[in-house]
Ligand binder design. Structure first.
Ligand SMILES: [Zn+2]
Length: 422
């Protein structure tokens, strides 16, 4: 179609870049990054800015009971389910300008580029900003997309609290109240397709001199909470033989786990990122240690084998203390539809943009959408592979190329030319 050739040419790189910089002022930090926590005042402000930009060229604003935010470009046939395209507006406490924001603003640019062609798309197209992708204020992340597809019950999500004791429910109601002019649509919509543009958050594209990464899939992830119970006692009077030191046991457990997770190929991703000692005072033998485990692997058989071994390893290595292990999350690895991947690859080739297939080490909202509709992701390089950092940076021309590929893919799905789920 000629009109598909036109839409990527209508992508306005200056407009996209200016909006990225304007949005980065909302929650700006000292070192050039952003701090825009989920459901915060800063996020409310970011959503209002997005709404203002969208309304200027006729997009309709919507939200839902999970506080996901949508901007709708109405299609010719409004009875057909919309094509969703977007990412998230929340950030880590010391996040960058592009993680999430790029995917949302590229989606906005796609709708404006389409609008400027003067041709109305067949299906409606909706820019989406999912609620709480990062999971830093409220854990775990990807809450809005989980509620949207029904992977988690909204009432369970609403009960989760942040470190100050504020529930998701209270924070979410506050955001919705701040948007009285936005219509709230019920959950339960099944989109035609979902597409997400995101920075790679890794060094591969840059090293391979590619601009587009067609994401092949997302590696699996299991998380655990481990508690080691020992016996609190006096540091000066308790002989070694009588001690049940929870910290010593925890260190033994960590060593055992690290050796068990070691693989020659360097594929296993094993992290203990949170560790607390109690009572945590100098002259008392530690009575309790709690720590987190984040375990990831692209192969489900390996992920199952390694994860299933965690409880026994913790118990065996913690003697004479006692270990209790709770699994918090198990997201199996997934492969995006070969049809959608082929479509994104051929669009990149037609636009003469160097591309490759690439797996995603990080989780994204696309994980949840994958199980309900044809879903694809596009990565662009970020400088030195750095993200979740104020120094996060991308080249403007890469952002533009990613948006051009996104525009063609969105239009393809809107017109019904998109590949069906394989
Ligand atoms: Zn992100």
């Amino acid at each position: 179609l000629d009109r598909t050739a036109a839409v990527s040419d209508r992508v306005d790189g200056d407009r996209l870049w200016q909006r990225l910089m304007d949005l980065a002022r909302v929650g700006a930090t000292g070192q050039g990054g952003v701090n825009r926590q989920a459901l915060s005042d800063e996020e409310i402000e970011a959503r209002a800015l997005l709404a203002k930009w969208g309304r200027e060229f006729g997009l309709v604003t919507l939200n839902d009971p999970a506080s996901n935010f949508f901007l709708r470009l109405p299609g010719i046939d409004e009875a057909l389910p919309p094509v969703l395209v977007g990412s998230h507006l929340d950030s880590q406490p010391t996040g960058g300008k592009f993680d999430g924001a790029l995917g949302v603003l590229a989606a906005l640019e796609v709708t404006e580029a389409l609008r400027s062609t003067g041709v109305q798309p067949r299906r409606s197209i909706e820019v989406v900003a999912w609620m709480n992708e990062e999971g830093s204020r409220f854990a775990p992340g990807m809450m809005g997309s989980a509620a949207f597809v029904g992977a988690r019950k909204l009432e369970d999500i609403r009960a989760i609290t942040d470190s100050a004791g504020v529930t998701v429910g209270a924070a979410l109601d506050r955001v919705l109240r701040a948007e009285p002019d936005v219509r709230t649509r019920p959950l339960g919509l099944t989109p035609t397709a979902f597409l997400e543009l995101h920075i790679e958050q890794g060094p591969i594209l840059e090293a391979q001199h590619k601009i587009i990464g067609v994401v092949s899939g997302i590696q699996g992830k299991r998380t655990f909470r481990v508690r080691i119970d020992g016996q609190e006692n006096h540091a000066g009077t308790s002989p070694r033989s009588a001690r049940r030191d929870a910290l010593v046991a925890a260190v033994n457990v960590l060593n055992a786990l690290h050796s068990a997770m070691w693989d020659r190929e360097d594929v296993v991703r094993f992290t203990v990122g949170m560790f607390t000692v109690s009572p945590n005072v100098p002259s008392v033998i530690p009575a309790r240690v709690t720590f987190s485990i984040d375990l990831r692997h692209p192969d489900d058989v390996a992920l199952r084998r390694l994860g299933d071994a965690v409880p026994d390893m913790c118990r065996a290595a913690s003697v004479p203390c006692e270990a209790s292990v709770t699994e918090l999350l198990y997201d199996p690895p997934l492969q995006f539809s070969p049809g959608v991947r082929a479509m994104l690859g051929s669009i990149s080739s037609e636009l003469h943009i160097p591309w490759m297939e690439i797996p995603s080490g990080a989780g994204h909202d696309a994980r949840h959408l994958h199980f309900v509709c044809p879903t694809g992701m596009i990565f662009i390089p970020c400088k030195d592979g750095i993200s979740h950092d104020e120094a996060e940076s991308v080249l403007k021309e890469h952002a533009v190329d990613g948006t051009r590929v996104l525009a063609e893919a969105v239009l393809g799905f809107s017109e019904g030319n998109g590949q069906k789920r394989a």
